[in-house]
Design a protein around this ligand. Structure first.
Ligand SMILES: [Zn+2]
Length: 154
């Protein structure tokens, strides 16, 4: 068995069942095998505190490809988040289609964004709001470090 994110071999005793793409708290039941390190990066460590700055940027660049350069052209943080949230490179279809070509950390970052996204949709429904995918994705992206995106993209 291999880790869904880094392809490392994990044996029956040392892998974890990671809820992907929908987290358990939002009702997700599908699980993938994950090594402890990837699971920690995805669910337990925050981007602001435990992820290396360069690792985060490399992962984002892996996910977005050349499109990331266009981030520089956004003239405000809000515009940058809206642009990112609506970018087709971040759709499930687009990402899962090239999953095997993505660097491990990009896969983990995507899993993290998807988790935050689904948790936000879950909160919106719980509060009686009509779930908005764009606002949920923006919230997920915003909870990652805005400063890092802006600092590293410039
Ligand atoms: Zn792993």
């Amino acid at each position: 068995m291999t880790c869904y994110y880094c392809d490392r071999h994990v044996d029956g005793h040392h892998h974890q069942h990671d809820h992907f793409p929908i987290p358990k708290m939002a009702g997700g039941t599908a699980v993938v095998p994950a090594c402890l390190e990837c699971h920690d990066l995805k669910d337990r460590y925050t981007l602001a505190r435990r992820w290396p700055v360069s690792g985060y940027f490399e992962a984002l660049r892996g996910l977005m490809g050349e499109a990331l350069i266009s981030l520089e052209k956004q003239d405000s943080e809000t515009a940058a988040f809206d642009w990112l949230a609506s970018h087709p490179s971040l759709s499930d279809e687009a990402v899962l289609a090239r999953w095997s070509d993505l660097p491990p950390l990009s896969r983990v970052l995507y899993g993290k964004l998807r988790r935050l996204h689904e948790e936000e949709l879950f909160r919106q429904r719980k509060n009686g709001l009509e779930p908005s995918h764009t606002s949920a994705l923006v919230a997920a992206l915003r909870s990652t470090s805005a400063d890092r995106i802006r600092h590293n993209a410039s």
